[in-house]
Design a protein around this ligand. Structure first.
Ligand code: ADP
Ligand code: MG
Length: 377
């Protein structure tokens, strides 16, 4: 276990300090709380670079105090401030958060809020520490809609996060027409446009406070909200820069693409480690798939990156695997069983397949695919 986290509380009110002390008494990995009256930078412990939580009471009219906090938090990134106050005016809250504090909580403090705020800070720290820096990119593509791209992208991303215990980002490049938000029943507050506009601000903290986490802090989603106006016209260059930046913070990025054969998807394929061409076992779709592979022949190392995924596969029906491979002139990499009821019901419930029906053949299939990928890249 790592070192225990040091917590200091600055508050004139005895009761408030005692509350903090009591709330944190039994929390694992937290050291005994140090208590002080008025905040002053010289009372802080600058002797180590370990994470420390500093809780400060902010009375009304506290410009000087917030200035001090801002200076300290800018210089000492390991000191994370949680500000508390009876004054809940918007001005004070906004100024508090601008000072670099990680959270603002109303007084009298509630145990759940305080512990939640500290846990959030710890999670962000972990995220920052664990980041592998350069994510592997897995892009799911088919030049037809309705083939199962979103189903695969969503469930694969979730299974990789779950099985690798690594940070995974699911990126919906269908922009405001995307289905990822519906599949996971989420309504993101920040969209691709916001990320492109704030490219230079992207840090682990920024990602954590803006992206949707789906059930766990390992699985994050960047997708446009279906309810707001489409984000402004994002250029290919912007998208590439954005992905390049996001790669620093995740171990895997799974991309749900649109069906176009165009410059944008060519660029996305260029930067992908794996490109999953999805198809199903009927002749028109297979022929289409074959043509789209040829159309992307200019992509760097296409043959090495490309994997054919056969969706909705029923062993006893129609074309044999050999027939399919002959049409495509490619080997099939993975077969996903046909299971309409489970996929549709999971979507209707806004859940991943493994959550909706963990025992189903298709949940098992996605888990095995994720594990295969984890072991290879
Ligand atoms: N393996 C499968 N078995 C049965 N139905 C599936 C399977 N994969 C996807 N589907 C269904 O096909 C439809 C289209 O899937 P979707 O993932 O939205 O495709 P795309 O993103 O390519 O348009 C959905 O109704 C989904 O439930
Ligand atoms: Mg889709």
């Amino acid at each position: 276990m790592e070192n225990k986290i040091k917590v200091s509380v600055f508050d004139r009110e005895e009761l408030s300090k005692t509350l903090v002390e009591n709330y944190l008494k039994d929390v694992e990995n937290i050291e005994k709380v140090s208590k002080f009256d008025d905040f002053a930078p010289e009372k802080l412990d600058f002797s180590s670079n370990e994470l420390q939580i500093i809780i400060v009471d902010i009375p009304a009219k506290s410009r000087k105090l917030l200035d001090d906090i801002q200076k300290v938090s800018a210089l000492h990134k390991n000191l994370k401030f949680i500000l508390i106050s009876y004054d809940l005016s918007t001005n004070l809250i906004v100024d508090s958060l601008r000072s670099g504090a990680k959270d603002f909580l109303p007084k009298p403090l509630i145990k759940k809020d305080l512990i939640g705020a500290i846990e959030k800070i710890q999670e962000r720290e972990e995220f920052e520490k664990n980041r592998k820096k350069i994510a592997k990119i897995i892009t799911v593509y088919s030049n037809k809609g309705g083939i199962g791209k979103t189903t695969l992208a969503v469930n694969l991303a979730r299974e990789i996060a779950e099985n690798a215990k690594e940070k995974v980002l699911l990126l919906d490049l269908n922009m405001h027409l995307g289905d990822v938000t519906a599949f996971l029943d989420i309504n993101p507050s920040y969209d691709m446009g916001y990320y492109v506009e704030n490219l230079h601000k992207i840090t682990a903290d920024f990602i954590y406070s803006t992206l949707k986490q789906y059930k766990t802090s390992d699985f994050l989603v960047l997708a446009d909200s279906p309810y707001r106006r489409p984000s402004y016209n994002i250029s290919n260059e912007d998208i590439l820069k954005l992905i390049d930046k996001l790669k620093e913070f995740f171990s895997y990025i799974v991309i749900d693409t649109n069906s176009n054969i165009d410059e944008r998807n060519t660029e996305i394929f260029n930067l992908s480690d794996y490109i999953f061409f999805m198809t199903v076992a009927n002749l028109p779709t297979l022929r289409n798939c074959e043509r789209s592979i040829n159309a992307f022949s200019g992509v760097k190392n296409l043959k090495d990156k490309m994997r054919i995924i056969l969706n909705r596969y029923i062993q006893s029906e129609g074309l044999s695997i050999e027939d399919i491979e002959n049409v495509l002139q490619q080997k099939i990499y993975w077969k996903i069983p046909n299971n309409y009821f489970t996929t549709v019901e999971a979507i209707n419930k806004g859940k991943t397949i493994s959550e909706f029906s963990p025992e189903s053949n298709i949940a098992e299939n996605f888990k095995q695919l994720a594990r295969t990928i984890i072991s290879k890249i």
